[in-house]
Design a protein around this ligand. Structure first.
Ligand code: PXL
Length: 279
């Protein structure tokens, strides 16, 4: 089995980051180890008064221990990171515990709907630009791509504009960009995968009322599928279809406001991964 490392926070309640990444990566058939960046009582989107314990201080010691045990990883997947210092520490993770040639999947996980998440500022964006430049695969939504490139945000553009955003990111050093929310008409939305070889767009159903944490659901299913051998566009399709299923299910229960009910959709994810990837 492929062992990968995911570095993001543990929000105790709220269906995002590690509580989403672990079950989804497991469903994909990938062994996931964790480097928790912070522990929060809930996520920051809609709850107030949440606790936040920054685990930055623990990270160097954890890395030292892994090195002393000769533990290493076939890929790194980062999501929400609690501080600029943690963004800097990702470089250390890459140098010290990744196998030769192991890819880094970087989800900037800092903004949505035209706005930065609570607690993030321009300095954080600057630090994230440096990390994105070192990504093998960056997974921004449109808002994040705009913050990272300095382009002004508008929710819907055309393929030319989406490709331009991706190429701007690639000019900074990012090898591939997987841009979510790339809608080209009012009825659908899509994922744009841009590599040095070209661009492919996967158009899928658009559900007006989104849900919190869907970026994490998409990124986790995408990383899991790629690590099982799916191509980038196959992984984008698998992850997008799974995410849409979860949002649709969530919308059947209006009282479920803080996240997306992805759990009943895991069986469908497993089927999709198995259809594309060999056991
Ligand atoms: O889903 C992204 C995310 C992850 N972790 C925390 C968050 C958010 C989004 O708001 O607050 C703590």
């Amino acid at each position: 089995m492929t062992r990968i490392l995911t570095m993001q926070d543990l929000s105790c309640v709220g269906q995002c980051s590690l509580t989403v990444a672990l079950p989804i990566l497991s469903a994909c058939g990938v062994e996931a180890s964790v480097l928790p960046s912070a522990v929060l009582s809930t996520h920051t989107g809609g709850f107030t008064g949440f606790t936040f314990r920054d685990l930055t201080e623990d990270i160097p010691g954890i890395l030292d221990h892994w090195v002393s045990e000769s533990l290493d990883f076939a890929a790194l997947y980062t999501g929400y990171l609690g501080s600029q210092r943690q963004i800097e520490l990702v470089g250390e993770v890459q140098q010290r515990v990744l196998q030769e040639g192991a890819p880094s999947f970087i989800d900037p996980a800092m903004a949505d709907n035209g706005q930065l998440y609570v607690g993030f500022d321009e300095d954080y964006v600057e630090a994230m630009k440096g990390l994105i430049a070192k990504a093998d695969v960056a997974l921004p939504n449109i808002t994040e791509a705009c913050f990272l490139t300095g382009e002004s945000y508008h929710e819907q553009g055309d393929l030319e504009w989406y490709e331009f955003l991706c190429h701007q990111l690639m000019a900074s050093g990012t090898k591939c960009v997987v841009l979510t929310g790339a809608a080209i008409d009012d009825e659908t939305t899509g994922v744009l995968v841009v590599t040095q070889e070209g661009a492919e767009h996967y158009r899928h159903r658009r559900i007006e009322k989104g849900a919190h944490g869907t970026g994490d659901i998409f990124a986790s299913a995408f990383v899991g599928s790629v690590m099982r051998g799916a191509s980038l566009i196959q992984a984008a399709q698998i992850a997008a279809d799974f995410t849409v299923d979860a949002i649709e299910l969530t919308n059947q229960d209006p009282s479920h406001w803080y996240g997306a009910r992805f759990e009943p959709c895991l069986g469908g994810l497993i089927d999709r991964v198995e259809a594309v990837c060999n056991l």
